[in-house]
Design a protein around this ligand. Structure first.
Ligand SMILES: [Fe+2]
Length: 292
């Protein structure tokens, strides 16, 4: 029996394109060899906000064992109705309001079990309190079961992610950041043996604004707060990390970034020319307002 396990973690899966590229990777010869697979699914619905029961089932069928969330976990009202039926689907411990679901769980695949903890950042986010204030209690609970522990900190602030990682160094196997949808190139093993990356990145349409369709993003940037964003479509890229952990000590031995580009889909997610007149009109009316 191997003395180590490998954990594969996918960053935010965004919309149908994100689910499709994860499917392509996991069903291909390029599938990374991993004992346990976890994914952040707070953007996994077709619209790109929240997730539906069928999204969970679809991803479970691909061999993903556990799921984390974030600030959009309860974007869809229906989530409250089913999340408690899926003990492997987490929501952040410090979610801003009373909510259903669990903040940590044990995930088992074959003969391997790890604990997964989900937290929300406090800086530039709407969490109820700092993750630093809630993580020790969660670690104590999880630590009674195993020393193989993954923490997903869904946060905006790079500094906050690093601060939590060093605070947990030597007490968890992995601290990984999610939410900003861009994979950072700072993966490393901290001195105490915790694998860390500031952000795993997203599984999302490549030519998009961090997974979102162009039109509404530009409108919002120009002041139209009512423009509703949706997930983009087109050829996608999956971002993940693969971490090898010593089963006895719970310490990470190796971390590598994974970035997989979809082969079969085509680029149809380019900026729509039809969207541009709207953008220009908004910009022009703004200039008039300002007397420019
Ligand atoms: Fe998020």
């Amino acid at each position: 029996m191997s003395a180590t396990i490998k954990i594969l973690f996918f960053g935010d899966i965004v919309g149908q394109s994100g689910r499709r590229v994860v499917r392509e990777l996991l069903l291909s010869a390029h599938r990374p060899a991993a004992d346990i697979v976890i994914a952040n699914i707070e953007n996994a619905s077709d619209e790109g906000f929240g997730f539906r029961e069928e999204d969970i089932r679809e991803l479970q069928d691909l061999g993903i064992h556990g799921f984390t969330g974030g600030n959009h976990s309860f974007h869809l009202r229906t989530t409250n109705d089913f999340i408690d039926q899926y003990p492997m689907v987490l929501r952040p411990a410090n979610y801003p309001c009373e909510s259903a679901g669990r903040a940590w769980c044990m995930v088992t695949a074959g003969s391997t079990t790890i604990a997964v903890i989900n937290l929300l950042g406090h800086q530039h986010m709407q969490s109820s309190e700092s993750p630093l204030l809630v993580v020790d209690d969660l670690l104590e609970q999880a630590g009674r079961e195993t020393n193989l522990i993954l923490v997903d900190l869904h946060a905006t602030s790079t500094g906050e992610k690093a601060a939590l990682a060093y605070y947990l160094d030597g007490r968890t196997s992995i601290v990984c950041g999610t939410h900003t949808h861009v994979q950072t190139a700072d993966e490393r093993i901290l001195p105490g043996g915790t694998a860390f990356i500031t952000d795993v990145g997203a599984c999302a349409t490549m030519h998009s604004i961090i997974g979102m369709d162009f039109d509404a993003v530009y409108k919002r940037l120009l002041g139209d707060r009512q423009a509703s964003m949706k997930a983009a479509s087109g050829r996608s890229c999956a971002s993940a990390i693969l971490v090898e952990v010593d089963k006895t000590t719970g310490k990470a031995l190796h971390i590598e970034r994974i970035s997989y580009s979809e082969i079969e889909a085509s680029d149809n997610g380019a900026l729509s020319r039809e969207a541009l007149p709207t953008v220009y009109r908004l910009a022009a009316s703004r200039q008039c307002e300002q007397g420019g």
